[in-house]
Design a protein around this ligand. Structure first.
Ligand code: NDP
Ligand code: MG
Length: 389
């Protein structure tokens, strides 16, 4: 039996993983499941999958989780440190599906124990790509992509040499506002930004898709994961979300990965890698679909893409600043403190301030420096929010 742990088990990606695992329950020994406020789901899955341990990141949720699991034999713990401790338990495979920078430390801990880490948590790579991948290398651990575009690139590269790669194209649906007049974007509400035309995902990544911050993060994720230069990476708006990415080779060939917008494909590929096994996803009827469309992204509609290019050029700590400022701005938008377009302004201003005043651009990429940068960037982003005209 393969020992597995799921970080962020109660989320959208976590639940898709559980759907796959529960179908083949005898194949897996579930060591730990982690979640946050949704302790009812966490407890139900811990019972169903007979997990050794269930952890909520919120200490105030401990009592509820404990009582929901009473008599089950499942061990219960709470708090961020308890999640990191769970990552130290030996497993063969772990899913990193916590949302936000909170996924970084558990991921690093899992890699330090040689665990194969299936990475949905793109924030880890944006914030600390070289640290995370360096940790994997130092401990002989493997990081597998779960983000659909990166899984697609990874699959298109099987058997290929990176020297033959000319470009990597990641596709974007265009998000909730792809057909809105640009002038109207400033008035976009939380409810409007929280629905995605093609994918069913957690609220934060859905809003990030509407603003294209999700694709901005994925540009950086592509650079870090595949070690390609920023000028080789392109974003292509593809409304149908059926081609997830393409790799262009030096003989002019483009290898496209086509599949339904269902995260169980990318999760399942990482779960069974290096094998390819049957998955319960829809088989596409291309004749019925008829046509696929492609457009260049509109820079005025999606300022986040230019910000990502800036971050890739600056390097160093700017990924950590970018991610933390984006998370703070997103909190602000969700709380109704700032408007939809203000998110990009806040991130831009925070990058300006921190490149010039906090001297962190050239700091060593250690975990302590990254966490301190993350903390400072959230403060600077909060200041930028209060100064918006
Ligand atoms: P969700 O918001 O649906 O789920 C997030 C998970 O993390 C939940 O289990 C949540 O617990 C838990 N969580 C929230 N805050 C913390 C914290 N501070 N510490 C520890 N755990 C926490 O997110 P998604 O599943 O949509 O996304 C997860 C990750 O995968 C993100 O990095 C996202 O960018 C990436 N991703 C998601 C895709 C998707 O289809 N959803 C596609 C590609 C990548 P609870 O809900 O119980 O509070
Ligand atoms: Mg993606």
């Amino acid at each position: 039996m393969r020992r597995i742990t799921l970080f962020g088990a109660t989320g959208s990606v976590g639940q898709s993983a559980i759907d796959l695992i529960a179908r083949d329950g005898d194949a897996y020994d579930v060591v730990a499941l982690t979640g946050g406020r949704n302790v009812a789901q966490l407890a139900a899955d811990a019972r169903r999958l007979n997990a050794d341990l269930a952890v909520t990141c919120y200490p105030e949720c401990y009592d509820d989780l404990k009582s929901l699991l009473s008599g089950s034999g499942v061990e219960v713990a709470a708090g961020p440190d308890a999640i990191t401790d769970a990552a130290a338990r030996p497993v063969d495979w772990a899913l990193s599906a916590i949302v936000g920078a909170a996924g970084l430390v558990p991921g690093l801990e899992a890699l330090a124990h040689g665990t194969t880490l299936a990475l949905a948590n793109k924030e880890s790579l944006v914030t600390a790509g070289p640290l995370l991948l360096g940790r994997a290398k130092a401990h002989g651990a493997t990081v597998l992509p779960v983000d659909s575009e990166h899984s697609a690139v990874f699959q298109a590269l099987v058997g290929e040499h990176m020297a033959a790669v000319e470009r990597v194209i990641i596709t974007a649906s265009g998000g909730a506002f792809r057909d809105w007049p640009v002038e109207k974007l400033a008035t976009a509400t939380l409810a409007e930004a929280s629905s995605h035309p093609n994918w069913d995902m957690g609220q934060r990544i859905t809003i990030d898709s509407a603003s294209m911050f999700n694709k901005a993060m994925e540009l950086i994720e592509t650079k870090e994961f595949f070690n390609v230069s920023p000028d080789m990476i392109e974003v292509l708006v593809h409304r149908e979300s059926l081609i997830h990415a393409m790799v262009g080779f030096n003989d002019g060939a483009l290898m496209a990965h086509v599949g339904p917008p269902d995260m169980r494909h990318a999760i399942g590929y990482a779960l069974h890698w290096p094998e390819r096994k049957a998955l319960p996803v829809e088989r596409l009827d291309l004749a019925k679909i008829g046509s696929l469309s492609f457009e260049a992204p509109d820079d005025a509609r999606y300022p986040a893409l230019a910000i990502a290019r800036r971050v890739m050029d600056e390097g160093g700590m700017s990924g950590a600043v970018f991610n933390a400022a984006k998370e703070r701005a997103l909190d602000g938008f969700i709380a109704g403190e700032i408007g939809f377009l203000d998110m990009a302004r806040v991130v831009d201003v925070t990058l300006d301030k921190m490149s010039s005043s906090d001297g962190l651009q050239n700091a060593a990429l250690s975990l302590d420096n990254i966490l301190e940068t993350d903390r400072l960037a959230r403060i600077r982003a909060g200041e930028a929010m209060s100064q918006l005209g």
